[in-house]
Ligand binder design. Structure first.
Ligand code: LLP
Length: 426
Protein backbone atom coordinates (compact mmCIF):
# COMPACT_ATOMS: atom_id res chain seq x y z
CA UNK A 1 0.00 0.00 0.00
CA UNK A 2 0.98 3.62 -0.59
CA UNK A 3 1.08 4.63 3.07
CA UNK A 4 3.42 1.92 4.29
CA UNK A 5 6.77 2.96 5.76
CA UNK A 6 9.47 1.74 8.12
CA UNK A 7 9.46 3.42 11.55
CA UNK A 8 12.59 4.57 13.41
CA UNK A 9 12.91 1.05 14.87
CA UNK A 10 12.80 -0.50 11.41
CA UNK A 11 9.37 -2.01 11.91
CA UNK A 12 6.57 -1.53 9.41
CA UNK A 13 3.98 1.19 9.82
CA UNK A 14 0.86 1.84 7.80
CA UNK A 15 -1.07 5.10 7.81
CA UNK A 16 1.02 6.08 10.82
CA UNK A 17 0.25 2.92 12.81
CA UNK A 18 2.80 0.32 13.84
CA UNK A 19 1.83 -3.07 12.49
CA UNK A 20 2.94 -4.57 15.82
CA UNK A 21 0.19 -2.55 17.51
CA UNK A 22 -2.31 -3.66 14.90
CA UNK A 23 -1.40 -7.29 15.49
CA UNK A 24 -1.68 -6.82 19.24
CA UNK A 25 -5.08 -5.19 18.96
CA UNK A 26 -6.72 -7.19 16.17
CA UNK A 27 -4.76 -10.44 16.14
CA UNK A 28 -3.26 -12.26 13.18
CA UNK A 29 -3.77 -13.11 10.46
CA UNK A 30 -5.48 -9.90 9.43
CA UNK A 31 -6.05 -8.13 6.16
CA UNK A 32 -4.96 -4.51 6.61
CA UNK A 33 -6.63 -2.09 4.20
CA UNK A 34 -4.97 1.28 3.62
CA UNK A 35 -8.14 3.26 3.03
CA UNK A 36 -6.44 6.34 1.54
CA UNK A 37 -4.66 4.07 -0.90
CA UNK A 38 -7.93 2.53 -2.09
CA UNK A 39 -9.54 5.94 -2.36
CA UNK A 40 -6.58 7.37 -4.27
CA UNK A 41 -6.77 4.52 -6.78
CA UNK A 42 -10.46 5.31 -7.30
CA UNK A 43 -9.48 8.92 -7.98
CA UNK A 44 -6.63 7.89 -10.27
CA UNK A 45 -9.06 5.90 -12.40
CA UNK A 46 -11.56 8.71 -12.51
CA UNK A 47 -8.87 11.21 -13.46
CA UNK A 48 -7.32 8.90 -16.06
CA UNK A 49 -10.71 8.03 -17.56
CA UNK A 50 -12.68 11.28 -17.68
CA UNK A 51 -16.12 10.84 -19.26
CA UNK A 52 -15.94 7.12 -18.52
CA UNK A 53 -18.04 5.43 -15.84
CA UNK A 54 -15.78 3.38 -13.60
CA UNK A 55 -17.55 0.35 -12.15
CA UNK A 56 -15.62 -1.17 -9.26
CA UNK A 57 -15.83 -4.97 -9.66
CA UNK A 58 -17.06 -6.07 -6.26
CA UNK A 59 -15.99 -9.67 -6.78
CA UNK A 60 -12.44 -8.56 -5.97
CA UNK A 61 -13.53 -7.64 -2.46
CA UNK A 62 -16.79 -6.36 -1.09
CA UNK A 63 -18.19 -5.37 2.28
CA UNK A 64 -20.45 -2.54 3.34
CA UNK A 65 -17.61 -0.17 4.28
CA UNK A 66 -15.95 -0.63 0.89
CA UNK A 67 -19.26 -0.05 -0.91
CA UNK A 68 -19.48 3.28 0.92
CA UNK A 69 -15.91 4.21 -0.06
CA UNK A 70 -16.65 3.37 -3.68
CA UNK A 71 -19.86 5.39 -3.57
CA UNK A 72 -18.17 8.38 -1.90
CA UNK A 73 -15.43 8.35 -4.52
CA UNK A 74 -18.05 8.58 -7.24
CA UNK A 75 -17.51 5.15 -8.74
CA UNK A 76 -20.19 2.79 -9.95
CA UNK A 77 -20.36 -0.80 -8.75
CA UNK A 78 -20.40 -4.11 -10.60
CA UNK A 79 -22.00 -7.00 -8.71
CA UNK A 80 -22.27 -10.58 -9.93
CA UNK A 81 -24.52 -12.37 -7.45
CA UNK A 82 -27.51 -11.84 -5.22
CA UNK A 83 -25.16 -11.67 -2.25
CA UNK A 84 -23.06 -8.90 -3.73
CA UNK A 85 -26.22 -7.06 -4.73
CA UNK A 86 -27.59 -7.39 -1.20
CA UNK A 87 -24.33 -6.01 0.23
CA UNK A 88 -24.38 -3.07 -2.16
CA UNK A 89 -27.99 -2.22 -1.37
CA UNK A 90 -27.49 -2.69 2.38
CA UNK A 91 -24.67 -0.16 2.26
CA UNK A 92 -26.86 2.36 0.45
CA UNK A 93 -25.26 2.22 -2.99
CA UNK A 94 -27.61 4.09 -5.34
CA UNK A 95 -29.14 1.29 -7.44
CA UNK A 96 -28.88 3.26 -10.66
CA UNK A 97 -25.06 3.12 -10.27
CA UNK A 98 -25.06 -0.69 -9.98
CA UNK A 99 -24.43 -3.08 -12.87
CA UNK A 100 -25.46 -6.72 -12.48
CA UNK A 101 -23.37 -9.48 -14.07
CA UNK A 102 -23.47 -13.25 -14.15
CA UNK A 103 -23.92 -16.09 -16.60
CA UNK A 104 -26.59 -17.81 -14.53
CA UNK A 105 -28.60 -15.21 -12.65
CA UNK A 106 -31.59 -16.85 -11.03
CA UNK A 107 -35.14 -15.58 -11.40
CA UNK A 108 -34.98 -14.53 -7.75
CA UNK A 109 -31.78 -12.55 -8.35
CA UNK A 110 -33.16 -10.89 -11.46
CA UNK A 111 -36.40 -10.05 -9.66
CA UNK A 112 -34.50 -8.43 -6.86
CA UNK A 113 -32.35 -6.44 -9.26
CA UNK A 114 -35.35 -5.25 -11.26
CA UNK A 115 -37.33 -4.34 -8.14
CA UNK A 116 -34.34 -2.48 -6.71
CA UNK A 117 -33.99 -0.56 -9.98
CA UNK A 118 -30.38 -1.42 -10.77
CA UNK A 119 -28.96 0.74 -13.54
CA UNK A 120 -27.97 -2.03 -15.91
CA UNK A 121 -28.17 -5.77 -16.20
CA UNK A 122 -25.55 -7.38 -18.40
CA UNK A 123 -27.41 -10.22 -20.09
CA UNK A 124 -25.45 -13.35 -20.80
CA UNK A 125 -27.78 -15.88 -22.49
CA UNK A 126 -30.98 -16.17 -24.52
CA UNK A 127 -32.58 -17.83 -21.50
CA UNK A 128 -31.80 -14.76 -19.44
CA UNK A 129 -33.25 -12.44 -22.08
CA UNK A 130 -36.50 -14.45 -21.94
CA UNK A 131 -36.50 -14.53 -18.14
CA UNK A 132 -35.87 -10.84 -17.83
CA UNK A 133 -38.38 -10.07 -20.55
CA UNK A 134 -41.09 -12.03 -18.73
CA UNK A 135 -40.23 -10.27 -15.51
CA UNK A 136 -40.32 -6.86 -17.17
CA UNK A 137 -43.77 -7.55 -18.65
CA UNK A 138 -45.07 -8.81 -15.33
CA UNK A 139 -43.70 -5.80 -13.44
CA UNK A 140 -44.52 -3.23 -16.12
CA UNK A 141 -40.94 -1.98 -16.25
CA UNK A 142 -38.28 -1.75 -18.96
CA UNK A 143 -34.91 -2.75 -17.51
CA UNK A 144 -31.77 -1.35 -19.11
CA UNK A 145 -29.48 -4.06 -20.43
CA UNK A 146 -26.07 -4.53 -22.00
CA UNK A 147 -25.14 -7.61 -24.00
CA UNK A 148 -22.08 -9.51 -22.87
CA UNK A 149 -20.20 -10.17 -26.08
CA UNK A 150 -17.54 -12.84 -26.35
CA UNK A 151 -15.10 -11.15 -28.65
CA UNK A 152 -12.60 -13.97 -29.08
CA UNK A 153 -9.80 -12.20 -27.25
CA UNK A 154 -8.19 -13.97 -24.37
CA UNK A 155 -5.74 -11.91 -22.38
CA UNK A 156 -3.56 -12.85 -19.47
CA UNK A 157 -0.78 -10.67 -18.17
CA UNK A 158 1.78 -10.15 -20.92
CA UNK A 159 0.01 -11.88 -23.74
CA UNK A 160 -3.24 -12.03 -25.51
CA UNK A 161 -4.63 -14.37 -28.10
CA UNK A 162 -7.19 -13.16 -30.58
CA UNK A 163 -9.20 -16.01 -32.00
CA UNK A 164 -12.44 -16.20 -33.91
CA UNK A 165 -14.11 -18.44 -31.34
CA UNK A 166 -13.71 -18.66 -27.63
CA UNK A 167 -14.81 -21.83 -25.94
CA UNK A 168 -16.05 -20.65 -22.55
CA UNK A 169 -19.28 -20.16 -20.67
CA UNK A 170 -19.64 -16.37 -20.71
CA UNK A 171 -21.54 -14.20 -23.09
CA UNK A 172 -22.72 -14.35 -26.68
CA UNK A 173 -20.25 -15.29 -29.36
CA UNK A 174 -19.40 -12.55 -31.79
CA UNK A 175 -17.93 -14.80 -34.46
CA UNK A 176 -20.79 -17.28 -34.34
CA UNK A 177 -23.42 -14.54 -34.72
CA UNK A 178 -25.07 -15.09 -31.34
CA UNK A 179 -24.21 -11.56 -30.16
CA UNK A 180 -25.92 -9.95 -33.16
CA UNK A 181 -28.90 -12.30 -32.75
CA UNK A 182 -29.22 -11.31 -29.10
CA UNK A 183 -29.20 -7.63 -30.01
CA UNK A 184 -31.87 -8.14 -32.72
CA UNK A 185 -34.03 -10.19 -30.35
CA UNK A 186 -33.92 -7.50 -27.65
CA UNK A 187 -34.58 -4.71 -30.14
CA UNK A 188 -37.42 -6.59 -31.87
CA UNK A 189 -39.19 -7.64 -28.69
CA UNK A 190 -38.77 -4.17 -27.24
CA UNK A 191 -39.44 -5.24 -23.63
CA UNK A 192 -35.90 -4.45 -22.50
CA UNK A 193 -33.99 -1.25 -23.17
CA UNK A 194 -30.79 -2.16 -24.99
CA UNK A 195 -28.17 0.35 -23.84
CA UNK A 196 -25.08 -1.21 -25.31
CA UNK A 197 -22.50 -3.95 -25.66
CA UNK A 198 -20.08 -5.28 -23.09
CA UNK A 199 -16.84 -7.18 -23.33
CA UNK A 200 -14.45 -8.47 -20.70
CA UNK A 201 -11.35 -10.26 -21.90
CA UNK A 202 -9.56 -11.52 -18.82
CA UNK A 203 -7.80 -10.48 -15.66
CA UNK A 204 -4.34 -9.32 -14.55
CA UNK A 205 -3.67 -7.97 -18.06
CA UNK A 206 -0.55 -5.91 -18.81
CA UNK A 207 -0.78 -5.80 -22.58
CA UNK A 208 -3.25 -3.12 -23.70
CA UNK A 209 -3.46 -4.46 -27.24
CA UNK A 210 -6.02 -7.06 -26.12
CA UNK A 211 -8.38 -4.23 -25.13
CA UNK A 212 -7.79 -2.54 -28.46
CA UNK A 213 -8.67 -5.63 -30.49
CA UNK A 214 -11.72 -6.21 -28.35
CA UNK A 215 -12.89 -2.58 -28.68
CA UNK A 216 -12.53 -2.78 -32.46
CA UNK A 217 -14.55 -5.97 -32.60
CA UNK A 218 -17.44 -4.76 -30.45
CA UNK A 219 -17.60 -1.49 -32.36
CA UNK A 220 -17.83 -3.44 -35.62
CA UNK A 221 -20.86 -5.20 -34.13
CA UNK A 222 -22.21 -1.83 -33.05
CA UNK A 223 -22.00 -0.69 -36.68
CA UNK A 224 -23.63 -3.90 -37.88
CA UNK A 225 -26.57 -3.33 -35.52
CA UNK A 226 -26.89 0.25 -36.73
CA UNK A 227 -26.87 -0.87 -40.37
CA UNK A 228 -29.46 -3.61 -39.76
CA UNK A 229 -31.84 -1.83 -37.39
CA UNK A 230 -30.95 1.86 -37.57
CA UNK A 231 -30.16 1.97 -33.87
CA UNK A 232 -26.99 3.42 -32.38
CA UNK A 233 -26.37 1.98 -28.94
CA UNK A 234 -25.40 4.75 -26.51
CA UNK A 235 -23.08 2.82 -24.17
CA UNK A 236 -20.06 0.54 -24.41
CA UNK A 237 -18.38 -1.33 -21.55
CA UNK A 238 -14.85 -2.62 -22.05
CA UNK A 239 -14.71 -4.66 -18.85
CA UNK A 240 -11.98 -4.94 -16.24
CA UNK A 241 -8.77 -6.87 -15.93
CA UNK A 242 -6.11 -4.19 -15.48
CA UNK A 243 -3.04 -5.83 -14.00
CA UNK A 244 -1.18 -4.91 -10.83
CA UNK A 245 2.37 -5.54 -9.62
CA UNK A 246 2.53 -8.48 -7.25
CA UNK A 247 6.32 -8.63 -7.32
CA UNK A 248 9.07 -6.33 -8.58
CA UNK A 249 9.02 -8.36 -11.80
CA UNK A 250 5.59 -7.03 -12.77
CA UNK A 251 5.27 -3.80 -14.70
CA UNK A 252 1.63 -2.92 -15.30
CA UNK A 253 0.50 -0.04 -17.52
CA UNK A 254 -0.56 3.13 -15.73
CA UNK A 255 -4.31 3.85 -15.97
CA UNK A 256 -3.49 7.06 -17.87
CA UNK A 257 -1.66 5.25 -20.66
CA UNK A 258 -4.35 2.64 -20.96
CA UNK A 259 -7.03 5.31 -21.07
CA UNK A 260 -5.25 7.19 -23.82
CA UNK A 261 -4.87 4.11 -25.98
CA UNK A 262 -8.49 3.04 -25.52
CA UNK A 263 -9.82 6.50 -26.23
CA UNK A 264 -7.80 6.67 -29.43
CA UNK A 265 -9.05 3.31 -30.68
CA UNK A 266 -12.67 4.00 -29.79
CA UNK A 267 -12.69 7.49 -31.31
CA UNK A 268 -10.84 6.30 -34.41
CA UNK A 269 -13.08 3.30 -34.95
CA UNK A 270 -16.24 5.33 -34.43
CA UNK A 271 -15.07 7.92 -36.94
CA UNK A 272 -14.27 5.19 -39.46
CA UNK A 273 -17.70 3.58 -39.00
CA UNK A 274 -19.43 6.97 -38.76
CA UNK A 275 -20.80 6.00 -35.35
CA UNK A 276 -21.59 8.42 -32.56
CA UNK A 277 -19.03 7.75 -29.80
CA UNK A 278 -20.81 5.75 -27.09
CA UNK A 279 -20.48 6.53 -23.38
CA UNK A 280 -17.70 4.25 -22.18
CA UNK A 281 -17.47 2.29 -18.97
CA UNK A 282 -14.85 0.00 -17.46
CA UNK A 283 -14.85 -2.46 -14.54
CA UNK A 284 -11.59 -2.58 -12.61
CA UNK A 285 -11.57 -4.66 -9.45
CA UNK A 286 -8.05 -5.85 -8.72
CA UNK A 287 -6.41 -2.57 -9.77
CA UNK A 288 -8.43 -0.66 -7.18
CA UNK A 289 -8.35 -2.89 -4.12
CA UNK A 290 -5.46 -5.29 -4.75
CA UNK A 291 -2.49 -3.05 -3.89
CA UNK A 292 -4.34 -1.34 -1.01
CA UNK A 293 -4.17 -4.37 1.29
CA UNK A 294 -1.52 -6.52 2.91
CA UNK A 295 -2.02 -9.59 5.02
CA UNK A 296 -0.31 -9.57 8.38
CA UNK A 297 0.70 -13.01 9.65
CA UNK A 298 2.59 -14.24 12.66
CA UNK A 299 5.37 -16.75 12.16
CA UNK A 300 4.79 -19.98 14.07
CA UNK A 301 7.65 -22.25 13.05
CA UNK A 302 10.79 -22.03 10.97
CA UNK A 303 11.96 -25.35 9.61
CA UNK A 304 15.05 -26.15 7.62
CA UNK A 305 14.38 -29.25 5.57
CA UNK A 306 17.54 -31.22 4.92
CA UNK A 307 19.34 -28.08 3.86
CA UNK A 308 17.12 -27.93 0.74
CA UNK A 309 14.70 -25.26 1.77
CA UNK A 310 13.55 -23.25 4.76
CA UNK A 311 9.84 -23.29 5.45
CA UNK A 312 8.44 -20.36 7.38
CA UNK A 313 4.97 -21.30 8.62
CA UNK A 314 2.48 -18.56 9.30
CA UNK A 315 -0.86 -18.64 11.10
CA UNK A 316 -3.05 -18.52 7.95
CA UNK A 317 -2.51 -19.87 4.47
CA UNK A 318 -4.62 -21.16 1.61
CA UNK A 319 -7.84 -20.38 3.47
CA UNK A 320 -7.08 -16.63 3.38
CA UNK A 321 -5.13 -16.63 0.11
CA UNK A 322 -5.93 -19.46 -2.30
CA UNK A 323 -4.32 -17.70 -5.27
CA UNK A 324 -0.85 -19.20 -4.92
CA UNK A 325 -2.21 -22.74 -4.77
CA UNK A 326 -4.93 -22.17 -7.36
CA UNK A 327 -3.19 -20.04 -9.98
CA UNK A 328 0.45 -20.48 -9.12
CA UNK A 329 0.35 -16.75 -8.33
CA UNK A 330 3.44 -14.89 -7.17
CA UNK A 331 3.56 -12.84 -3.98
CA UNK A 332 6.27 -11.29 -1.89
CA UNK A 333 6.74 -11.21 1.87
CA UNK A 334 8.59 -8.96 4.24
CA UNK A 335 9.59 -9.11 7.88
CA UNK A 336 7.25 -6.53 9.36
CA UNK A 337 7.71 -6.44 13.12
CA UNK A 338 11.35 -5.40 13.31
CA UNK A 339 14.48 -4.60 11.40
CA UNK A 340 17.09 -7.28 10.91
CA UNK A 341 20.70 -7.07 9.83
CA UNK A 342 20.87 -10.83 9.27
CA UNK A 343 21.82 -12.25 5.87
CA UNK A 344 18.96 -12.81 3.44
CA UNK A 345 17.81 -16.42 3.31
CA UNK A 346 15.69 -17.99 0.59
CA UNK A 347 12.50 -19.15 2.25
CA UNK A 348 9.06 -20.45 1.39
CA UNK A 349 6.19 -18.94 3.32
CA UNK A 350 3.59 -21.61 3.99
CA UNK A 351 0.35 -21.79 5.93
CA UNK A 352 -1.07 -24.02 8.62
CA UNK A 353 -3.36 -26.16 6.49
CA UNK A 354 -3.24 -29.89 6.09
CA UNK A 355 -1.82 -30.13 2.62
CA UNK A 356 1.57 -29.51 1.14
CA UNK A 357 0.26 -27.18 -1.59
CA UNK A 358 -0.64 -24.69 1.14
CA UNK A 359 1.89 -22.10 0.01
CA UNK A 360 1.50 -18.34 0.46
CA UNK A 361 4.77 -17.17 -1.10
CA UNK A 362 6.77 -19.63 -3.16
CA UNK A 363 10.18 -17.99 -2.89
CA UNK A 364 11.23 -15.02 -0.85
CA UNK A 365 14.39 -13.78 0.76
CA UNK A 366 13.75 -13.23 4.45
CA UNK A 367 16.40 -12.38 7.05
CA UNK A 368 18.09 -15.58 8.23
CA UNK A 369 17.13 -14.82 11.83
CA UNK A 370 13.38 -14.89 11.14
CA UNK A 371 11.80 -16.65 14.07
CA UNK A 372 8.53 -17.65 15.75
CA UNK A 373 6.70 -14.55 16.96
CA UNK A 374 7.88 -12.36 14.08
CA UNK A 375 5.26 -10.68 11.95
CA UNK A 376 5.37 -11.10 8.20
CA UNK A 377 3.45 -8.91 5.77
CA UNK A 378 2.33 -10.12 2.34
CA UNK A 379 1.33 -7.17 0.12
CA UNK A 380 -1.12 -7.08 -2.76
CA UNK A 381 -3.76 -9.23 -1.10
CA UNK A 382 -6.74 -6.89 -1.47
CA UNK A 383 -8.24 -8.61 -4.49
CA UNK A 384 -9.54 -12.18 -4.62
CA UNK A 385 -8.10 -13.16 -1.24
CA UNK A 386 -10.73 -12.33 1.40
CA UNK A 387 -13.39 -12.68 -1.31
CA UNK A 388 -12.19 -16.21 -2.12
CA UNK A 389 -11.38 -17.16 1.47
CA UNK A 390 -12.68 -20.43 2.89
CA UNK A 391 -13.00 -22.22 6.19
CA UNK A 392 -10.84 -25.11 5.11
CA UNK A 393 -9.73 -27.09 8.16
CA UNK A 394 -12.25 -25.05 10.15
CA UNK A 395 -9.96 -22.08 10.23
CA UNK A 396 -11.98 -18.92 10.93
CA UNK A 397 -11.55 -16.25 8.26
CA UNK A 398 -9.42 -13.21 9.21
CA UNK A 399 -10.82 -9.73 9.77
CA UNK A 400 -10.35 -6.75 7.48
CA UNK A 401 -8.97 -3.77 9.37
CA UNK A 402 -9.14 -0.40 7.63
CA UNK A 403 -6.46 2.11 8.60
CA UNK A 404 -6.48 5.79 7.85
CA UNK A 405 -4.77 8.84 9.36
CA UNK A 406 -3.51 7.00 12.44
CA UNK A 407 -6.87 5.32 13.14
CA UNK A 408 -7.81 1.68 12.70
CA UNK A 409 -11.28 0.19 12.48
CA UNK A 410 -12.54 -3.29 11.81
CA UNK A 411 -14.71 -3.34 8.68
CA UNK A 412 -15.12 -7.12 8.55
CA UNK A 413 -14.75 -8.83 11.89
CA UNK A 414 -12.80 -11.99 12.48
CA UNK A 415 -14.82 -15.16 12.26
CA UNK A 416 -15.07 -17.12 15.48
CA UNK A 417 -15.41 -20.78 16.26
CA UNK A 418 -19.01 -19.98 17.23
CA UNK A 419 -19.55 -18.69 13.69
CA UNK A 420 -18.24 -21.97 12.33
CA UNK A 421 -20.46 -24.00 14.63
CA UNK A 422 -23.51 -21.82 14.02
CA UNK A 423 -24.32 -23.55 10.74
CA UNK A 424 -24.21 -27.07 12.15
CA UNK A 425 -27.63 -28.48 12.84
CA UNK A 426 -27.89 -31.25 15.43
N1 LLP B 1 -15.79 -7.42 -15.12
C1 LLP B 1 -16.10 -8.70 -15.34
C2 LLP B 1 -17.23 -9.03 -16.20
C3 LLP B 1 -15.35 -9.72 -14.72
O1 LLP B 1 -15.66 -10.98 -14.95
C4 LLP B 1 -14.25 -9.38 -13.89
C5 LLP B 1 -13.45 -10.40 -13.24
C6 LLP B 1 -13.97 -8.01 -13.68
C7 LLP B 1 -14.75 -7.07 -14.32
C8 LLP B 1 -12.85 -7.54 -12.79
O2 LLP B 1 -11.61 -7.98 -13.20
P1 LLP B 1 -10.30 -7.38 -12.49
O3 LLP B 1 -10.22 -5.93 -12.86
O4 LLP B 1 -10.46 -7.53 -11.02
O5 LLP B 1 -9.19 -8.18 -13.04
N2 LLP B 1 -10.12 -14.94 -9.11
C9 LLP B 1 -9.21 -14.53 -10.17
C10 LLP B 1 -9.77 -13.38 -10.97
C11 LLP B 1 -11.12 -13.66 -11.56
C12 LLP B 1 -11.65 -12.50 -12.31
C13 LLP B 1 -13.08 -12.73 -12.70
N3 LLP B 1 -13.69 -11.65 -13.38
C14 LLP B 1 -7.89 -14.17 -9.54
O6 LLP B 1 -7.76 -14.24 -8.33
O7 LLP B 1 -6.95 -13.83 -10.26
Amino acid sequence: PRNVARGADGALTVAGLAVRDLAAEFGTPAYVLDEDDLRSRCRDFRAAFPDVDVYYAGKAFLCRAVVRMIDEEGLHLDVCSGGELATALAAGMPPERIGFHGNNKSVAELTRAVDAGVGRIIVDSFTEIDRLGALARERGVRPKVLIRVTVGVEAHTHEFIATAHEDQKFGFSLAGGAAAAAAFKILDEDVLELRGLHSHIGSQIFDASGFEVSARRVLALQAQIRDARGVELPELDLGGGFGIAYTTQDDPAAPHDLAKRLRKIVDGECAAERLAVPRLSIEPGRAIVGPAVFTLYEVGTVKDVDGIRTYVSVDGGMSDNIRTALYDASYSATLASRASAAEPMLARVVGKHCESGDIVVKDEFLPADVQPGDLVAVPGTGAYCRSMASNYNHVPRPPVVAVRGGQARVIVRRETEEDLLALDVG
